[in-house]
Write a protein that binds this ligand. Structure first.
Ligand code: KG4
Ligand code: ZN
Length: 357
């Protein structure tokens, strides 16, 4: 049999012997979409029994970014150990696992296929359902891990290395993207500016730290498209930084970092407030690596308070890539009676709300 490993519409499998899905259902989650090899065991959708993340940061640091081929190989080497450790830390045997979930996209195709193959093989051997999970949807479930009873309608603000999305969420599995970046993702802008300032890799945490020592009004940075719809643009912010530093080479990197960070956070918070009003949100939820940013967390907290909406802020380790969010998103899909056929592949360009099953 031949099958397309990057199929965008894997078939939905309705498991004939679907187990009873409840608070005791144990899902093993696997995440390999980029440069983190992760596995986690989550019970009942929100009870994280273990979450193991093996970062490839050291492997990619000298290249200043993720090298796809190296990432795939590193996943192949790490995945058996990471899964074994997740089971050990959860103190369960493999046969206690009721379903296996893995990220099927978006991400680097070679990297995704390592996790998808490992998860499908495990599910097949255990004769339990496999659930293909959309990485973007999973970032949302990272936010809901701590606040499973957060109220809808919800504005989900996903700010990661690859995405900047404002998503209206009316209920589980009911999404509408109402705004996004028209150029760089927020995390990408952090990473590029950090590289330009010769700060350490990855750039987001390095800028976050440098900014605490800097003056955020030292460098004038434009805030683009503030009042145009819900899309954002960060390439002008990045260009303004580069032009300013070239014209003023003795400027303090801390001041540049602080001014840049303030500009990005101002845009994200301003747009979030407008978008939250537009969708009548009762809750704003943040997700993705940039949601670990200190200034964004504090400014979003103030904004939510003044808008009178609840804010769901995942812990910093749940903002960045992990497999607990994959297992959690998988549990919710399983509860809706969904699982994924074993002929499904990975989809590097998977969009939110489309074909993740
Ligand atoms: O969600 P994530 O772990 O991976 C993707 O799915 O992209 O996000 C990684 C991104 C990187 O661009 C990284 O620089 C950024 O999140 N990041 C931060 C912080 N921690 C991670 N950006 C700003 N401030 C931080 N503290
Ligand atoms: Zn991510």
């Amino acid at each position: 049999m031949t099958h397309d490993t990057t199929s965008s519409t894997p078939s939905v499998e309705v498991f004939s012997s679907m187990p009873q899905i409840d608070s005791a259902t144990v899902v093993l989650g696997v995440e390999t979409s980029c440069d983190e090899t992760a596995a986690a065991v989550v019970m009942g959708g929100t009870d994280v029994l273990s979450s193991v993340v093996s970062s490839q940061l050291d492997v990619h640091a000298r290249f200043g970014g993720v090298v796809p081929e190296i990432a795939s190989r590193a996943h192949v080497e790490s995945i058996p150990h990471v899964v074994a450790e997740a089971l050990e830390r959860a103190n369960i045997d493999l046969d206690r696992v009721d379903a296996v979930a893995a990220t099927v996209g978006p991400g680097l195709v070679g990297a995704l296929l390592v996790g998808v193959s490992a998860a499908k093989a495990t599910a097949l051997a255990l004769e339990v359902p496999f659930i293909g999970v959309n990485h973007l949807e999973a970032h949302l479930y990272a936010a809901l891990l701590d606040e499973p009873r957060a109220e809808f309608p919800m504005l989900f603000v996903l700010v990661s290395g690859g995405h900047t999305l404002f998503v209206e969420m009316v209920d589980h599995d009911s999404y509408r993207v109402i705004g996004q970046t028209i150029d760089d993702a927020a995390g990408e802008a952090f990473d590029k500016v950090a590289r330009f300032l010769h700060l350490s890799y990855p750039g987001g945490p390095a800028i976050d730290k440098a900014a605490t020592r800097g003056n955020d009004t030292a460098v004038a940075i434009p805030r683009a498209m503030l009042n145009d719809g819900f899309d954002v643009s960060f390439s002008g912010v990045k260009t303004a930084v580069i032009n300013y530093v070239r014209a003023n080479p003795t400027v303090s990197s801390d001041d540049v970092a602080a001014s840049f960070q303030r500009a990005v956070v101002d845009v994200l918070v301003h747009k979030s407030r407008r978008a939250a009003r537009h969708v009548n949100a009762r809750t704003i939820a943040l997700g993705g690596g940039v949601a670990a940013n200190s200034l964004l967390r504090s400014e979003m907290t103030k904004a939510a308070e003044s808008e009178g909406v609840s804010l769901v802020l995942p812990s910093r380790e749940m903002c960045t890539d992990n497999a607990a969010m994959i297992a959690s998103a998988g549990w919710y899909r399983l509860r809706r009676g969904e699982s994924t056929a074993l002929d499904a592949g990975a989809n590097p360009n998977l969009k939110l709300g489309s074909g993740q099953r």
